[in-house]
Design a protein. Structure first.
Lengths: 247, 247
């Protein structure tokens, strides 16, 4: 027996004021809730921000892959369940299940987290930190993320500068702001007729305050590949599959 | 005795992932929490979004004035208390008190809400809707908002286009995104040495998806006046007083 919970669950109420034009949770907000739930679980496992900070480390979300049947809707509860799928020397695989207000699973998520040195910004060995945590492998149905290809033939290129309100407590651009910037490639009417069915993002490098980036997109049917580049180097790659819906 | 609570209170936990570079709650996020708490109280008073929607109406935040000694800090609880200060034919005055995790009042807020017709976007008579609500006047120490002057002599003018992720469930720009746009006039280092002590905003007209606006700012010592203009007409006016702090 252990005092450390293998599974962790948290229920949220989705206020109207948080919703997007389609009256569902915005994807960046959902990712924020996943991060919050992961943070709470890691704290319950005594491997949270507090313990890492004492070692001069911080958790960084490296990859996220989600498959969604639908999204939490306005004025309802939704629940996020999370557990650790595997632990490696340099990263932790953490999975999530998202349930609607009647307990149906509406989405599954697979993420990779690394611990980095706050000063050096280099990946740290997490073996000792996670030695007491028991992973629960084989539960998450989401396929592992494959390498997201570079965008070689963009049909859209935009420039974007990150501002004060994009910066998080680590003084880097908040992970969810990368996603906002990517979704802003599309207009509001597009999302009336398209739902995100699979979303993959790989955070390759940190973006800082006042950085200006290029966002390059290649669309192929219902799939978009998006690359965020700074000075010609990819800092983030993303792949989005859409499903047509009735408006 | 009444079944309708005159006072309403809600406690929030401030996750690290929600914090800004100064490791406190971002102002837009705090305003979001105020709106959420107001919405919950109005629902408890049976004059919430549900009841208004049945009448073809929706609540719109028209003015907000806040005075802050300090802001909720990372990884702590904070509490928002709210009550109705006065009810008029065309608007409701609602006040808030913000308390830190040990119960000290750290801020006070005064707001004005109007109910508008969802289709016509015109202000509605709320007399019948609010007839059972008992206001509690004279509690909020914040001076009523005076008319915020136009910016006649700007020291900064920027252009900004509102995108998909700025749009709320009413298909207008989210109230908190106006505030983000205004704060983005300053750099991250400015907020290391300046805290917002008084913040006033008047929402004059709704901003829509794909609107491009001009943001004009006039700074005078520790006070900024900011105006958001669309096609030369003011859609929002804002006045911010800053206090110097030690970094």
């Amino acid at each position: 027996m252990t005092d450390f919970p293998n599974f962790f669950s948290k229920t949220f109420f989705l206020n109207a004021s948080e919703c997007n034009a389609q009256q569902i949770i915005p994807l960046p907000q959902l990712v924020q809730r996943l991060i919050d739930t992961a943070t709470l679980h890691s704290s319950a496992l005594k491997a949270g921000p507090k313990e890492l900070k004492e070692m001069g480390l911080t958790w960084v979300l490296s990859r996220l892959t989600m498959e969604m049947d639908s999204f939490p809707v306005m004025d309802t509860d939704f629940t996020i369940e999370t557990w650790v799928e595997s632990i490696n020397r340099h990263f932790t695989e953490r999975a999530f299940r998202i349930k609607d207000n009647i307990g149906n699973t509406i989405g599954n998520v697979r993420t990779i987290w690394i611990a980095i040195d706050i000063i050096e910004r280099r990946s740290a060995d997490i073996t000792a930190l996670m030695s007491h945590v028991t992973p629960t492998p084989g539960v998450c149905p989401v396929q592992r993320q494959s390498k997201i290809q570079a965008v070689t033939n963009p049909d859209l290129i935009r420039r974007h500068r990150f501002s004060y309100c994009d910066i998080d407590f680590n003084r880097h651009v908040n992970s969810t702001r990368y996603i906002e910037t990517i979704l802003n490639d599309r207009d509001v009417e597009f999302f009336d007729t398209h739902s995100i069915s699979r979303f993959e993002i790989a955070y390759l490098n940190e973006i800082h305050y006042d950085d200006t980036v290029e966002i390059a997109r290649h669309s192929d049917g219902d799939t978009s590949t998006v690359e965020i580049l700074r000075d010609g180097t990819a800092v983030t790659r993303c792949r989005i599959e859409y499903r047509s819906i009735n408006a």
